[in-house]
Design a protein around this ligand. Structure first.
Ligand SMILES: Nc1ncnc2c1ncn2[C@@H]1O[C@H](COP(=O)(O)OP(=O)(O)O)[C@@H](O)[C@H]1O
Ligand SMILES: [Mg+2]
Length: 361
């Protein structure tokens, strides 16, 4: 098939030293991260590009699709994409674009593909937009009584101390642990207000303040549609491996500073080492969430257990990270490997799910 692959990539770093200086000096985030980390990993302080793929990932997806027998044109998700897609007129689009600007940035390519009446992999513009806004997503989950933590939104500091702590504070619409630091877990109103200010300062958006769910964490890769949706082997996060002195959360520090290619944390177990009934409960909650949000083809869902061992949805990624190198500990490819799919089969399985979905319409 003639395919287009829509994507965004991190910008190339040409002069590492210059960039690392700039990161520390210019990044708002740099002010808030642990000093030791800033000194040891200056080039990673700036999280501007955290969500976007590396060219290595995009090349791997392209190769995988070519191995599947397809002809692939690359289309970067920028303002030229519309004309480019019209020119190429692909039979199908493989979409992994995270978008550039705005809360609905992940919806922009899907919306444009809908306008061009092109078939594409993954969720439509509505679902992708809703999942990218953590509050809108939770509102729908709550309507359908799918467990998730209580929350409120704010961009103003809070005068009162009787909210009930601990709370967890995140930017409303970011991904890849952007804006989620060790300090995101707060124990009093003073800490909470620092986080609200930080998020407003750094990310120009409201904070979502959630009840902290402190049980085991899992991430669940899903593939397919309707009654055929498959839950791939569940990945358990062993947050006990987070270095001492840091909170047990999958924060920006853990994801990008501690768990690196050179120094991998032994943080994941796949399949999760839990009893059958809990395993089934997690699968059920994820399938329910997938259904009510009308997710298509694939997604990765983060889950944590509450005090009663009930799986709560933390967030839903309809465009999961798919780093090809196993040393990068990317969870969707990890789950796929445990289901017997190598990277190439995984990428093609998503396309097959999309093709099948359209056939079944
Ligand atoms: N309400 C919460 N209670 C406990 N931990 C949370 C909560 N929300 C997020 N976390 C922790 O923070 C991590 C990142 O949050 P998440 O919403 O998944 O952000 P991202 O979109 O950046 O992946 C989670 O993997 C989890 O460890
Ligand atoms: Mg997450």
């Amino acid at each position: 098939m003639k395919l287009a692959l829509t994507y965004n990539t991190k910008k190339e770093i040409s002069n590492a030293e210059k960039v690392s200086e700039a990161s520390v000096n210019n990044s708002e985030a740099g002010k808030y991260i642990n000093k030791e980390l800033v000194e040891n990993y200056p080039e990673r302080v700036d999280d501007t590009f955290a969500e976007w793929d590396s060219m290595e990932t995009i090349d791997a997806v392209k190769t995988a699709l070519e191995t599947g027998g397809h002809k692939v044109s690359l289309v970067e998700a920028n303002p030229d994409a519309f004309e480019k897609l019209k020119d190429i007129n692909p039979e199908f689009v493989y979409n992994v674009a995270e978008g550039f600007y705005g809360a609905s940035r992940e919806s922009q390519i899907p919306a444009l593909l809908e306008m061009l009446n092109l078939n594409f992999t993954g969720s439509d513009s509505i679902t992708i937009g809703i999942c990218h806004d953590k509050s809108r997503c939770k509102e729908i989950l709550s309507y359908y009584k799918i467990p998730n933590s209580k929350f409120f939104l704010t961009d103003k500091i809070i005068p009162t101390n009787n909210l009930g702590f601990p709370k967890f504070v995140k930017p409303l619409h970011e991904g890849s642990s952007k804006g989620i630091y060790n300090s995101s877990l707060v124990n009093n109103v003073k800490e909470l207000n620092i986080e609200i200010e930080r998020i407003k300062d750094c990310y120009k958006q409201p904070a979502i303040v959630e009840d902290f769910i402190d049980g085991k964490e899992f991430t669940v890769a899903m593939l397919g549609n309707g009654d055929d949706v498959k839950v791939l082997p569940i990945v358990e996060m062993n947050l006990d491996f987070v270095p001492e002195g840091f909170n047990k959360i999958y924060s920006y520090e853990v994801k990008w500073f501690f768990d690196t290619r050179e120094n991998q944390l032994d943080i994941f177990t796949c399949p999760a080492n839990i009893d059958d009934s809990l395993y089934k409960n997690i699968e059920k909650v994820c399938k329910d969430a997938y259904k009510v949000l009308r997710i298509r083809d694939w997604a990765r869902i983060d889950v944590r257990l509450d005090k009663n061992n009930v799986p709560n949805i933390i967030e839903i990624n309809p465009l999961p990270g798919i780093l090809p190198d196993p040393r990068d500990n990317s969870c969707y490819p990890k789950a796929a490997r445990h289901a017997g799919m190598d990277y190439n089969s995984m990428i093609n399985a998503v396309l097959d799910a999309a093709i099948q979905r359209i056939k079944n319409k």
